[in-house]
Design a protein around this ligand. Structure first.
Ligand code: FAD
Length: 542
């Protein structure tokens, strides 16, 4: 069998997670090969919202504004409605700010919140954009129409068998293999890793419509999600990024019933075209392990959630960004043995937690739907009562979908072997509200410095020691250990008093992925241990 050139990292699957991984690895100078069995990027709508944490990550990768330019216009509201039809007044209305309004809010506050708001962008828009960016990176080879078949591994490498379209099979050797190959991951199956949780919960159809006039004509107002209070299908209509395309989710029995349901939900004389229909299944599953030897899994290959709450792709982007710098550091020679091992220790608890949050979000949705009664449209006291009950439960439960910034960005790698242990329990992992914290393992809260500059934007690709509050602590022992390990460390003096107030400590060691590795007001006697732990080395080794 023909052997193509060796690569450092072989990435299987060019969905949003594989593409994000390739992008970050490429920026770090890692030679990688990204293979995708399809000949083009996805045509189906699937995901449509990058959450605030994903947008922060895309800002760090230098592409946030390109994602926004390709997505829903910045001024468009993101409101969520419950109504009897698209032509009726809302029964319940959850206002959610447009990107422009949310950005203005972020600019006006310096409270340790998020640096970027969410962005609505259809997966069929995001994937080609990411692909076009990844294809410009010289050290990344992108091959569409190339299927991963199998792998073997030894102590030093992984050898994979690939099947290019219309060509003989070939092999490729890589230092590491990452399966970003989606829910039915061949890589996960070959590693023998089972999924835990609840599979095949519910089957739905998703249809994509082109309906040019609808957006301008909805009497209840412009928004993102429209839930129709009509059992048993409960049609759910989602705006796509062009504002001309819409998806409908419903448990309809046939494709024709999807078109009929859309027409009925519109309840207005508007022309539309049904472009596609596909079936999809709800799962709440997480892989038992995230790796085996030199092989890792990320994204839907490792966890499958119900998209309620938007924790599918967004969780996968978090996996990619956690794994990427660890692979780069290990390949560069300075990453210790614990570094790659920490990927599973950090990301699997987040996968399990997000499966739980998705379950709660779905239970909430089922909660307001359970209040439905066929009398909902009647002009009677009973009908009014049904409407009021559905509306109040919607208002309560739908927030578990739209107001979960703590789940999206407040995750903390408390049990990681490369994070300094502090006594105590750490932040509440299930808090839906985001609470800024520098607890070791947490994402560094965003702080504005003078002249509107974000501290996040000052942090380089390696580790950074932030020195705050005019501290006189001597970092030389820490610096020496980093030098000895040959791990990159910047030291940044931050004079902002607001930063010191929010971070609550004089010294913060930040990792390449902007999570906190250690914090304190002075260095411990063995300051070098902070460096050895953070870079994944045994404490006695340096
Ligand atoms: C209806 C719906 C709505 C959703 N809404 C949201 C949302 O709003 N927010 C959110 O975060 N998530 C959402 N999701 C989930 C989101 O779509 C997925 O989590 C996301 O696509 C996962 O990305 P991935 O890259 O891990 O996997 P995938 O997107 O599944 O990509 C895997 C890729 O691997 C390729 N592949 C598979 N096997 C092989 C092989 N053997 N060789 C080569 N290539 C292979 C596949 O062709 C595919 O391109 C939604 C999902 C659905 C179904």
């Amino acid at each position: 069998m023909n052997r193509v050139a060796d690569t450092q990292v072989l990435i299987v699957g060019a969905g949003p997670v594989g593409l994000t991984l390739a992008l970050d690895l490429g920026r770090r100078g890692v030679h990688c090969t990204l293979i995708e069995r399809n000949t083009s990027t996805i045509q189906l709508p699937k995901m449509e919202r990058c959450n605030a944490r994903t947008m922060e990550i895309y800002r760090r990768l230098g592409i946030a504004e390109r994602v926004r330019d390709a997505g829903l216009p910045r001024e468009a509201p993101m409101d969520v409605f419950l109504a009897l039809s698209m032509a009726d007044p809302p029964l319940a209305h959850l206002p959610c700010p447009s990107v422009a309004a949310a950005k203005a809010e972020i600019a006006a506050h310096n409270d340790g919140g998020l640096l970027e708001p969410y962005q609505l962008i259809s997966q069929y828009t995001l994937e080609p954009l990411l692909r076009s960016i990844v294809e410009t990176i010289p050290c990344v080879t992108v091959r569409f129409g190339c299927e991963f078949i199998s792998f073997t591994q030894d102590e030093n490498s992984v050898t994979a068998v690939l099947q290019p379209k219309d060509a003989p099979q070939e092999t490729i050797r890589a230092s590491y293999l990452v399966g970003c190959d989606g829910g039915s991951s061949t890589v996960r199956k070959q590693l023998g890793i089972p999924l835990q949780g609840d599979g095949n919960i519910r089957k739905l159809r998703q249809a994509l419509f082109r309906c040019d006039d609808l957006y301008e004509r909805i009497p209840m107002g412009k928004g993102r999600h429209y839930h129709i209070a009509e059992g048993p299908l409960f049609p759910f209509i989602i705006l796509q990024d062009s504002t001309r395309h819409w998806t409908l989710h419903a448990g309809a029995a046939s494709d024709a019933e999807m078109a009929e349901t859309f027409k009925k939900s519109l309840a207005m004389p508007i022309g539309f075209e049904m472009l596609s229909v596909n079936k999809w299944t709800q799962h709440l599953l997480c892989a038992e392990r995230y790796s085996g030897g030199r092989v890792f899994i990320a994204g839907d290959a490792a966890h499958l959630v119900i998209p309620t709450g938007g924790l599918g792709m967004n969780t996968g982007v978090g996996d990619a960004i956690d794994l990427s710098w660890k692979l780069a550091a290990t390949l560069a020679g300075w990453g210790g043995p614990q570094l790659l091992a920490s990927y599973e220790a950090e990301r699997r608890p987040i996968g399990l937690r997000n499966v739980k949050a998705s379950r709660a979000a779905m239970a909430g949705r089922l909660g307001w739907r359970a209040a439905y009664d066929p009398n909902v449209k009647e002009n009677t006291p009973e009908g009014a009562e049904t409407r009021a009950r559905m509306a109040s439960l919607f208002d309560l439960h739908q927030r578990k979908v739209t107001e979960i910034l703590g789940i999206e960005a407040g995750y903390c790698y408390v049990d990681s072997p490369i994070v300094w242990r502090e006594p105590g329990d750490g932040p509440d992992p299930d808090n839906p509200s985001y609470v800024p914290t520098t607890w070791p393992g947490a994402r560094l809260p965003h702080v504005w410095l003078d002249k509107g500059e974000a501290l996040h934007d000052r942090l380089g690709p390696g580790y950074t020691l932030l020195c705050l509050g005019g501290t006189q602590a001597d970092p030389s022992s820490l610096e020496k250990t980093f030098q000895k390990i040959r791990a990159p460390l910047d030291i940044l003096d931050v004079s902002s008093e607001r930063a010191r107030e929010i971070y609550q400590y004089d010294l913060i060691l930040v990792r390449p992925d902007l999570h906190v590795a250690w914090r304190g007001n002075k260095f411990p006697q063995e300051a070098s241990e902070i460096a050895t732990v953070a870079t994944g080395h045994p404490t006695s080794s340096v």
